[in-house]
Design a binder for this molecule. Structure first.
Ligand code: GLA
Length: 325
């Protein structure tokens, strides 16, 4: 440990495909982006942990400190500085990045070992569940932790197995376009979807929707929720195969199919998002879809060489994951 303190960086994430599958123990294909949150912890004599740049009752700070203490970690007094170049509430997981960077900086300041990826992801997920009340899965945390340059990571949320997949875009480009509709009102909608999936699994008599095969007897809209989850899992592996044969046209079609399913079956789109998707398509995108939890946030689009993405679109490329600096 540096005697003066520590510093850690955690990136935001883009999910290429595999949306609302993580809490159904399904498949996802995210990557870490090159923007994120940096937390610097400077040791101080007094025993408290203070973060002048965060609100007094910031749930991520409270959660990180409480969850680390619950592992018996002896945290030293320190002043935390938080610096971010990630837009907030744009669906790029700025909150997961903040909690991971806080946890890594505090762990390093305590002179303790970095937790294993799955343990770190679960600890940060508990911060979301217990301190912000959003029942997220593990997608955002694992994407930020496991990111590698030039690769997306195929995540199996049942086993937590991960496999890096080369994401070679050639002259194509991926970009995230903020719909302008903030995700801050999204929580209740997100938790509602999660509850619907639990109910559907119960009615089908399966442990999770990963195991659903026949949902024809379910009432509407539960049948459509299940259809989204099952077909989205299939699209993840179809996307991996498309990347392996460098077929970016097929990848674009899968992004479009994912969007249709999220809009019509899972019903997590809003008019601002539809307009952002249309703007990307008009700019020549090979595919575009709502990304992340939905009800606002960003759209992800794949552009062919020479296309001119809409104003404000942020180029995103797979980058290195969270680390102590
Ligand atoms: C949010 C959650 C993730 C995941 C996505 C939807 O980003 O934090 O756990 O459920 O929505 O795929």
């Amino acid at each position: 440990m540096n005697p003066h303190g520590s510093r850690a960086f955690a990136p935001g994430r883009v999910n290429l495909i595999g949306e609302h599958t993580d809490y159904n123990l399904g498949l996802c294909l995210p990557f870490a982006v090159d923007r994120g949150v940096t937390v610097t912890a400077e040791l101080r004599d007094a025993g408290e942990i203070v973060a002048p740049g965060l609100p007094d009752d910031d749930p991520y700070l409270r959660g990180a400190v409480a969850e680390l203490r619950a592992t018996d970690m002896d945290l030293p007094g320190c002043t935390l500085a938080v610096d971010s170049d990630l837009p907030r509430e744009a669906g790029l997981s700025s909150s997961a990045a903040l909690s991971i960077a806080l946890v890594l900086a505090l762990t390093a300041a305590a002179g303790a070992h970095r937790p294993e990826p799955a343990d770190l992801a679960r600890l940060c997920q508990r911060i979301e569940h217990e301190y912000t009340g959003v029942e997220t899965g593990l997608l955002d945390q694992l994407a930020s932790i496991l990111g590698e340059e030039g690769r997306a990571v195929r995540l199996d949320m049942r086993t937590l197995d991960s496999r890096q997949v080369a994401l070679d875009l050639g002259d194509h480009a991926l970009a995230a376009l903020d719909s302008g509709s903030s995700r801050s009102l999204a929580e209740s909608g997100y938790n509602d979807r999660r509850a619907e999936c639990e109910r559907a699994a119960e009615l089908l008599g399966v442990e999770s929707l990963r195991d659903a095969t026949d949902w024809s007897g379910l009432p509407d809209p539960l049948d459509r929720r299940v259809r989204h989850v099952v077909t989205e899992n299939e699209r993840v592996d179809a996307a991996v195969r498309a990347l392996e044969r460098e077929d970016l046209g097929a990848l674009g079609e899968l992004l479009d199919a994912s969007h249709r399913s999220l809009r019509d079956d899972y019903e997590v789109s809003v008019p601002e998002v539809e307009r952002a998707v249309d703007a990307c398509r008009e700019a020549g995108a090979l595919g575009a879809r709502i990304m992340g939890g939905g009800f606002g946030g960003s759209v992800l689009a794949l552009f062919p060489p020479g296309a001119d993405p809409p104003t404000g679109a942020l180029p995103v490329a797979p980058s290195r994951g969270a680390r102590v600096l």
